[in-house]
Ligand binder design. Structure first.
Ligand code: FAD
Length: 480
C-alpha cells in the first residue's frame, strides 16, 4: 500500500463498515485486526451447535436503512419482542461463602414478571398495587419535579455538559431521583447501575442516565401506553435479526469488503511504529490502549460474564429476553438464543445465555464451578426463568468478554476531551466506533459513525475537525 492509503484498525462492525464506505468511493484501504477472526462484539460463539451472540443483540426497525447501506445482500427476519422485566422483593440473607465477596447477600422472594417493552397497564399489574402506590406517592411528595420529569429527553443533550468536571457532573443519582422520585429510583434504577458498573450510583456520571436509562424513562412508558390504547403498535414491539444469527451481519460485511478488494490482516495488532506507510489511520480499537497509563485507568471498562446453559427440550417457554435490574440476583439479563430466530431453534434442548456483569466480581471467576453453578440455577428458579424441576443443565460453558461497558465515572467527560485533543495533535489517527470513542452505543450508531468518518476522510478533513465533530456521538441513546 502506498503513502496515500488508509489503515483501518479493527474488523468489528465499525472497522468493516468504515473500510467498505471508503473503498466504495475509490480509497485504498486495508484492515488490521488483532484477533484471528472478524466480528469483535458481534463474533458469534457456537454453543451446542447454535451460533449464539456474545450477549443478546437485536436490531430496531429504524436502524435498518443504514445497515442495508453497508450490507445490502443480508436478509433480516422481523420478530415480535417477547421480553420480561423481573422485579423481586428481597430479604437480606446470611453471608455464605463462597459468595461473601458480594457483601450483603439478598434473597429475592416473590418475583414478578412484567411484559417488556413496557406498557403502563402491565407495569402497574406487574409491580402490584403496593409498589405502584409507593412509586406514585414518592413522586407526588415532590421528591421529583414534574418539570424535570417531562424534560428528561431534552436534558439528555450533551452540549451543556461539554468539558464537565467531577463537580459539574450532577451524577446519576441526582439526575434520576429528581425525575422519578426516591421509591422508583431505589427499586429499579440504582440497583441496575450498581450491578453493571460495580460502583455506588453516586460515583457514576449523569451521562449513564442520559444514554442508557433514557429508554426506560417514565415518559416513554406513558407514550407507549397511549399508543397501545390507540391501537398503534409501539415501534419497540418488534425487532430485526438475521435468521442465522448476528454473525451473518459480519459475514455479509466481509463478503462486501472482499468484493471491494479490501485486504483484512488477522492476528495483526496495531502498533503505531509499524504503520508508518499509512497517511491516515481510522482506529476502532479501545481508546484506552492509545492513552498514557493513568488516563487509561480512569477511562476504563467493566466486562461481562456470559454463562451458556442447555436444558432439555422446550421447557423454557417463548420469552426471548429477561431483564433483571434488582439486587439479589447476579444476572442483569438472560436471553434464550433459540427464540431469537426459528433458524436457531433446537428440537431437543433449550439454551440460555446468562449475563453477569463484572461489576464488583473481578474478572477471574468461574461460574461453572459446582458451588457457583448450583447457586446460579437456584437464582434462575427463584426468578421464575427455569422451572423448579430442572436443576441440572445438560451443558454449561462460560465466556468472559472484557471491556464491554465504558465506566462513566463522574467527571469522565473532561478527561475524555483532554485525551482526544492529544490524539488530534498527533494528526494522523481518527478514533471511531464504540471502543475508539468510549461509547455505549448500538450497532447502527457504529455504522453511522463509520459512514461519517469515511466521508470526513474522503473530503480531506483533519483529525482536529473529526474530534470536534465526535462529541455529538456522546449523546446517542442506547436502545435495548
Ligand atoms: C452485551 C452486549 C449487548 C449488546 N446488544 C446490542 C443490541 O441488542 N443491539 C445493538 O444494536 N447493539 C448492541 N450492542 C452493541 C454492539 O455490540 C456494539 O456497539 C458493536 O458491536 C461495536 O462494534 P465495534 O466494531 O465498534 O467494536 P468491537 O466489536 O469491539 O470491534 C473492535 C475490533 O477491533 C479489534 N481491535 C482492538 N484493538 C485492536 C488493535 N490494537 N489492533 C487491531 N485490532 C484491534 C478487536 O479485536 C475487535 O475485533 C451490545 C453490546 C454488548 C456488549
Amino acid at each position: 500500500m502506498g503513502h496515500d492509503s488508509i489503515l483501518v484498525v479493527g474488523a468489528g462492525v465499525s472497522g468493516l463498515c468504515t473500510a467498505i464506505f471508503l473503498a466504495r468511493s475509490g480509497a485504498r484501504v486495508e484492515i488490521w485486526e488483532a484477533a484471528e477472526k472478524p466480528g469483535g462484539l458481534l463474533r458469534p460463539v457456537l454453543f451446542q451447535g447454535v451460533p449464539c451472540d456474545l450477549g443478546s443483540h437485536r436490531i430496531h426497525g429504524d436502524a435498518l436503512p443504514i445497515l442495508q447501506q453497508a450490507a445490502p445482500t443480508l436478509s433480516w427476519a422481523e420478530r415480535p419482542r417477547n421480553g420480561r422485566l423481573i422485579f423481586c422483593a428481597n430479604r437480606p440473607a446470611e453471608r455464605t461463602p463462597p459468595f461473601a465477596s458480594l457483601g450483603r447477600v439478598e434473597r429475592p422472594v416473590a418475583c414478578r414478571h412484567v411484559p417488556y417493552p413496557l406498557r403502563l397497564r402491565g407495569f402497574v399489574q406487574g409491580l402490584g398495587p403496593t409498589l405502584s402506590a409507593r412509586f406514585f406517592v414518592s413522586f407526588l411528595r415532590r421528591e421529583a419535579s414534574l418539570r424535570k420529569f417531562l424534560r428528561w429527553e431534552a436534558d439528555r443533550t450533551a452540549s451543556s455538559d461539554l468539558g464537565a468536571t467531577e463537580s459539574e457532573d450532577l451524577g446519576f443519582e441526582s439526575f434520576v431521583r429528581e425525575r422519578v422520585g426516591d421509591a422508583a429510583y431505589r427499586a429499579f434504577y440504582q440497583p441496575y447501575v450498581e450491578k453493571v458498573w460495580g460502583l455506588p450510583a453516586t460515583a457514576i456520571s449523569k451521562t449513564v442516565a442520559k444514554k442508557r436509562i433514557s429508554t426506560a424513562q417514565p415518559i416513554s412508558v406513558l407514550a407507549d401506553a397511549v399508543r397501545a390504547s390507540l391501537r398503534q403498535q409501539p415501534a419497540a414491539a418488534r425487532f430485526l435479526y438475521p435468521p442465522q444469527g448476528i454473525g451473518a451481519l459480519i459475514q455479509a460485511l466481509c463478503v462486501e469488503a472482499e468484493a471491494l478488494s479490501v485486504p483484512i490482516h488477522y492476528d495483526r495488532r496495531f502498533v503505531e511504529a509499524e504503520a508508518a506507510q499509512f497517511a491516515r489511520v481510522v482506529y476502532t480499537g479501545h481508546l484506552s490502549d492509545l492513552l498514557p497509563h493513568q488516563a487509561a485507568l480512569r477511562l476504563g471498562h467493566r466486562g461481562l460474564y456470559l454463562i451458556f446453559l442447555a436444558f432439555p427440550a422446550s421447557t423454557l417457554g417463548p420469552v426471548d429476553t429477561y431483564y433483571v435490574p434488582g439486587r439479589g440476583l447476579w444476572f442483569g439479563r438472560v436471553s434464550l438464543p433459540n427464540n431469537f430466530s426459528p433458524g436457531l431453534s433446537r428440537r431437543n434442548e433449550s439454551l440460555l445465555c446468562v449475563e453477569i456483569p463484572e461489576g464488583t466480581w473481578g474478572n477471574d471467576l468461574d461460574f461453572t464451578q459446582p458451588a457457583y453453578l448450583a447457586e446460579l440455577v437456584r437464582q434462575l428458579h427463584r426468578a421464575g426463568i427455569v422451572p423448579p424441576g430442572l436443576s441440572r443443565p445438560t451443558a454449561v460453558v462460560q465466556h468472559f468478554v472484557p471491556r464491554v461497558y465504558p465506566l462513566y465515572r463522574r467527571g469522565w467527560l473532561a478527561e475524555f476531551r483532554r485525551e482526544l485533543e492529544h490524539i488530534a495533535q498527533a494528526g494522523r489517527v481518527f478514533p471511531a466506533g464504540r471502543q475508539g470513542l468510549f461509547l455505549h452505543c448500538n450497532i447502527d450508531h457504529c455504522v453511522q459513525i463509520a459512514r461519517d468518518v469515511a466521508r470526513h476522510l474522503l473530503s480531506g478533513g483533519s483529525s482536529h475537525a473529526w474530534i470536534a465533530h465526535c462529541t455529538r456521538y456522546l449523546d446517542v441513546r442506547v436502545r435495548d
